[in-house]
Each structure stands twice: as C-alpha cells, then as structure tokens.
Design a protein around this ligand. Structure first.
Ligand SMILES: Cc1cc2nc3c(=O)[nH]c(=O)nc-3n(C[C@H](O)[C@H](O)[C@H](O)COP(=O)(O)OP(=O)(O)OC[C@H]3O[C@@H](n4cnc5c(N)ncnc54)[C@H](O)[C@@H]3O)c2cc1C
Length: 469
C-alpha cells in the first residue's frame, strides 16, 4: 500500500520516515518466524511506512497523522517478540522507538531510573553499572530487546523470582494514547489510588497506548552472586526438592531446571535423561552463604550431584548467545531462519498451580506422541510454577503438515494447562500466535478486554489483531 506520508516526511525528515523499497525487510515480522508451529501466513506484506520518532511530541504527531489518514500503528522495540506482537499489516505504520533511547535520570539513592522506551535493556544495564546499579530484568534477549517491548510483553528474565517481571519493576509510566494525549503516572513505590492506570499498558502489547518512557525500580549490583549446577536423579525428585527450597523462603536469583530429550530420535521412550538444575543466589555475602547452606541441605536430601563449576560458569556466560540467532545474515533472513529451514521448532510456557505440575508433565508426553511431535525439553524457570515444553518436528514431506502437527500439539498442551487451572503463557505474551485462544484464557473477561480497548482506542488504530483485540 502506498499511503501518502508526506506530512510526516515534512515534519520528521526523509531519513526517519521509510517507505516503499527503503523499508528493510526485517520490519515484516518480529522473531515469530516461519519455523514456528503456526498456520498463520509466513509471507508478510511490508508495512505502509516505518517511522523513527525522537521525542514524545513526534510520537503524538505520528498518532494524530495515523488517525487522520485511516492507517494503523504498530509499536516496534527490538523486534525480538516471539508471538508476532510487532507484526505489521499492509496498512500500518511501524513506529520504531529505538531513537528514543535517552536515560532521563538515575536516582541511585532511591534505586530508580527514568528512561525512554526505546533504550535496549543491555545498554541500560551498562549505564546503570557505572553507578553501581543493575537493571534486574535480564531476559535471554537482553542485548536486543528494549524497555518498551519488555513492558509491552511484561517479560520475565533469569532473575524473575528475585526481581519480578518487567512490569513489577515499573513504578511510573508515560504513554501516548490513541487520541494523541499523553498520560504520565506518578512513579511511586506503592499507591492505593484506585485503578492502577500504568497497569493498562503493561503486557498489553501496544494495543492501548504507546509507552514512551518509564521510571523503573533498579537494584544495587549485588555484593555476591553464586551459581552452581547439579544433576538430579529424575524430574520428580528434583521438583520436590525445589518445592522445599522455595517453601523454606529462599529467593533464587537463578533457577533453571530442565530435562532434555534426545531429539528427534524415534521411537521416543517418554523418559528423558536426568535433569540439570542451575541455581543461583545474589545479595549480601552472608545472605548468599546462608541461602546456599539451606539449598545444599535440600539438594543433598534429594541425592543431587554437584557438577563441575565450569558447567555453571559456561551456562551464565553464554546465557544471551541465543538472541544472536535472530540477527540477519542477509536482508530479512536470520540465522534462525537458516538453521531451522527443515525443522519446525516451538514451545509453550504455561503457569500452573504447583500441585498440578506433575499431572501436566504426565499428560504432556502422550499429547506430543499423539501428534508425532518430539519433546526436546521439559523444564521449570525462575520458580516451580512456570513450565516450559520445547518441541521439534523435522519437515519430511509437506511443510504445512509438520506445522499443523506442532500447532495442534501446542494448542492441546495449552488446553491441558487451562483444565489444570493454569494460564497459557507466562513470558512471551500473546501477539497473533495465541490470539485464537484468548477466549479460552479469559472467558467472559474477553468482552471486558474488548470494551477497554474500544474505550481507549475507538478507531482501532493501535496494533490491531494483537491479543485477540
Ligand atoms: C531468542 C529469544 C529469547 C528470548 N528470551 C526471552 C526471555 O528470557 N524473557 C522474555 O521475557 N522474553 C524473551 N524473548 C522475547 C522477547 O525478547 C521479549 O518479548 C521482549 O520483551 C520484546 O522486546 P522488544 O523490544 O524486542 O519488543 P518487540 O518485539 O519490538 O515488541 C513486543 C511487543 O511490544 C509492543 N511494543 C514494543 N515497544 C512498545 C512500546 N514502546 N509501547 C507499547 N508497546 C510496545 C510491540 O508492538 C509488540 O506487541 C526472547 C526472544 C528471543 C528471540
């Protein structure tokens, strides 16, 4: 679609308004790529334009223009979202916020930082470290994802149990609404003043407003941080030990417990190799030492075997490497696209009551077998209630059939999580990928969500179709 965006070009200059062939292909989709188990179309049309604003005023200008021109607006941070939340439509303007990357202020005494939304998480963490502080939110995608995207998806990182989700770290927030007005909430540690307005923009994937800035809770760089790796005898024993450890009041800064399956070796027996646990504590030296004393007691009782220190060191050093798979090797083609050309690779990340985790695991494996989809990992991340299942299916014959099998398996896993009283996604949001399941997730709440959307964005200009809205 060739929309007339000349008023924007006049206002912002041609280098910050990209149209037609000057739009790089990477803007056609985020990290929700063709290798995923979804039947949504793989070939994406380019957006009508890409705009790179540098100030809140410029965002307001773009929003007003979009309303007048009858277009749509899709906020874009690092484009690392895994659910298609930043996927544009042909009639949308992509608003790439990465030129809005200033640190407005750091208040070290209060442990807060006020930043623009387009700053990359790792860049912000580096700035904070110069002041003896750290961001806390540390997802795998830290070198590429932005604060605005992390707020938009309410993401969670390695230290999620200790530091909370990205949304938990937001004290105050600045957002541009669909009518061009700007809302700024007070950056207070706590507030009981009725509706939590900032909460509207956390996890709502740009469907209710464009986040332009935020005041975040940040943390002193911990005096000590110690991570160790263990091999557990089997999943059930490790899971029980972890439960005791959390019940004793420990707050791990890292917890990653996973059994890995040999894939795609068939016939698949249903039992994985013994699981590995990466566990860490951070804070004052005495607290870390005491935490390890208690943790070791729990793990010893479960016959956990300590692995050489190198294991944990390598795990920690390489924790962000996977995000570079989403860098381009040629225009519009990422390393992941190349590596997974003949494989469908996908996952679910469900949150369950702790008492239902083992039931979910028992049900998950036959579901995957039914769809002839191979598990490669079943794990818990940050806390024992948060479960990941990773699967693959080699493409043999029809690609669409392999995708359909994975899509069917993942939907069944999610429905099982619903039956067990859980939520279908704890980390990556909904985007377009899980939009078809929002009715089942929210029940009658879907209607309320739609009414909120209509009230805030009556013309439906903000990131349409995402979150099922
Ligand atoms: C290899 C890999 C590993 C990952 N690991 C993690 C992980 O450990 N933890 C985790 O939480 N996520 C992870 N993710 C997912 C992704 O990195 C997160 O969802 C991240 O928060 C997205 O940030 P982004 O800046 O790239 O946002 P984008 O992908 O650009 O956008 C994400 C969503 O937020 C909206 N949005 C973006 N900016 C704004 C804004 N300023 N205002 C309003 N809405 C906005 C977009 O429209 C979209 O709906 C991973 C992704 C990959 C590819």
């Amino acid at each position: 679609m060739s929309a007339d965006v000349s008023p924007l070009v006049e206002r912002l200059g041609p280098s910050r308004v990209l149209t037609g062939p000057s739009i790089p292909p990477r803007y056609q989709t985020d990290a929700f790529r063709a290798h995923r188990g979804s039947l949504l179309e793989e070939n994406r049309p380019p957006p009508a334009a890409v705009v790179l604003p540098q100030s809140v005023d410029e965002v307001v200008t773009v929003v007003r223009f979009v309303v007048e021109a009858g277009l749509k607006l899709v906020p874009w941070g690092g484009g690392t979202g895994l659910m298609g939340g930043a996927r544009p439509t042909f009639d949308s303007i992509v608003l790439d916020l990465r030129n809005m990357r200033r640190v407005r202020s750091i208040d070290a005494a209060s442990g807060t930082a006020t930043v623009e939304a387009g700053i990359v998480l790792e860049v912000l963490d580096r700035r904070l470290r110069k002041r003896g502080l750290t961001l806390g939110h540390d997802p795998w995608s830290r070198p590429r994802a932005t604060v605005g995207g992390a707020i938009g998806t309410n993401g969670i990182g390695y230290a999620g149990y200790l530091r909370g989700t990205m949304g938990d770290q937001v004290l105050g927030l600045e957002a541009v609404l669909a009518n061009g007005s700007v809302i700024r909430t007070r950056p207070a540690a706590r507030s009981t003043t009725g509706l939590d307005l900032k909460g509207l923009f956390i996890g709502s994937e740009g469907t209710l407003g464009i986040v332009t800035g935020a005041t975040l809770r940040v943390f002193p760089v911990p005096e000590a941080e110690e991570i160790h790796a263990f091999r557990l005898k089997d999943f059930a024993t490790g899971f029980a030990a972890l439960g005791r450890l959390y019940d004793d009041g420990l707050t791990p800064s890292v917890m990653d417990f996973e059994e890995t399956f040999e894939a795609p070796a068939l016939p698949w027996s249903g039992e994985a190799g013994p699981p590995t646990l990466y566990l860490g504590f951070a804070g004052a030296e005495e607290i870390v030492a005491a935490s390890w004393r208690i943790a070791r007691r729990c793990l010893k009782a479960a016959d956990a075997r300590a692995l050489p220190d190198r294991e944990a060191r390598d795990y920690w050093r390489t924790r962000h490497d996977i995000i570079y798979m989403h860098d381009e090797v040629s225009p519009g083609v990422t390393r992941a696209d190349v590596a997974l050309k003949e494989t469908i690779f996908d996952y679910v990340h469900v949150a369950l009551p702790r008492s239902r985790i083992m039931a979910f695991r028992r049900a998950a494996l036959p579901i995957l077998r039914h769809y002839d989809v191979h598990p490669i990992g079943f794990g818990l991340w940050t806390q024992p209630e948060l479960v990941s299942v990773e699967v693959v299916k080699p493409v043999v014959g029809e690609r669409v059939a392999a995708k359909a099998a994975v899509a069917g398996a993942l939907d069944s896993l999610i429905r099982k999580a619903h039956v067990l009283g859980g939520s279908m996604e704890y980390v990556h949001g909904i985007g377009v990928k899980l939009a078809h399941l929002m009715g089942e997730e929210l029940g009658t709440g879907v209607d309320l969500a739609r009414r909120i959307k209509n009230a805030l964005d009556p013309s439906g200009i903000l990131n349409p179709g995402k979150l099922g809205l």
